[in-house]
Write a protein that binds this ligand. Structure first.
Ligand SMILES: O=C(O)c1ccccc1NCC(=O)[C@H](O)[C@H](O)COP(=O)(O)O
Length: 228
């Protein structure tokens, strides 16, 4: 059986040079933020100009409805919409279940069972989930309780997000079993500006884990599913 490879998404890309560094060091997905209040906001037309090579392109949306999301997906040449607001299952279906990465907030729930129950409501209308810290927004640089997530069984593949960096990844890799990781402010020198040294080191840690440290290398991770 082929060992599974963790997905790596680097979010908050605003510059061609950063997209190239992410791809060169092995990112699978890159994210663009279309929330105007974010310091990482990028206009759809500018995102369209950024060449991401073989990396899949994700747009992050907070307040846009399905029609706006679909329009920006076309204009920015996106593969996936990361729905980080109060987007309900109907909205996810209107965007297209095969294109939706739905964000969930473990800190809104008393326990993992509550989180899993909310995720189950979206099982048929998302292709992947992303678990982020805080109760709204994103890019805060705060981590989740990794140990509390160690027992999560998700209905679809899922990414762990929130405050991940070369400093915090070792503990996340040890305690949690997602299908991949989403990294953002932990790889920046300033909001929207990635530091290539941090990008390289974070992805190196994940790929080293892929190759050497996963005792379940022949077993499904997280949900046991895959995307793409
Ligand atoms: O990054 C932002 O500025 C942002 C603003 C509003 C909504 C979402 C946003 N980011 C989405 C992401 O997927 C981030 O990568 C995720 O929140 C983790 O960020 P960080 O804690 O900085 O690693």
């Amino acid at each position: 059986m082929t060992p599974r490879r963790l997905l790596v998404k680097v979010c908050g890309i605003t510059r061609q040079v950063d997209a190239e560094a992410c791809v060169r060091h092995g990112a699978d997905l890159v994210g663009f933020i279309f929330h105007p209040a974010s310091p990482r906001f990028i206009e759809p037309g500018n995102a369209a100009q950024i060449d991401t090579g073989r990396a899949l392109r994700v747009g992050v949306f907070v307040e846009q409805d399905a029609a706006e999301v679909r329009d920006i997906m076309d204009r920015a040449r996106l593969d996936y919409a990361q729905l980080a607001g109060e987007h309900d299952p109907q909205c996810c279906r209107a965007v297209g279940p095969g294109r939706v990465i739905r964000v969930f907030r473990p800190q809104r729930h008393a326990d993992v069972a509550g989180l899993a129950a909310e995720m189950a409501q979206y099982a048929q209308c998302m292709t992947m989930a992303l678990l982020d810290a805080g109760t709204a927004g994103g890019g805060h640089g705060r981590t989740l309780d990794f140990a509390a997530l160690s027992t999560l069984r998700a209905p679809v593949p899922w990414l762990l997000a929130g405050g991940l960096s070369p400093r915090t990844l070792p503990e996340a890799l040890r305690l949690v079993a997602p299908d991949g990781f989403d990294l953002n402010s932990g790889l920046e020198s300033a909001p929207g500006i990635k530091d290539e040294t941090l990008v390289r080191e974070a992805i190196r840690l994940i790929r080293t884990f892929d190759e050497t440290n996963d005792p379940r290398a022949d077993a499904p991770r997280g949900s046991g599913g895959c995307i793409g």
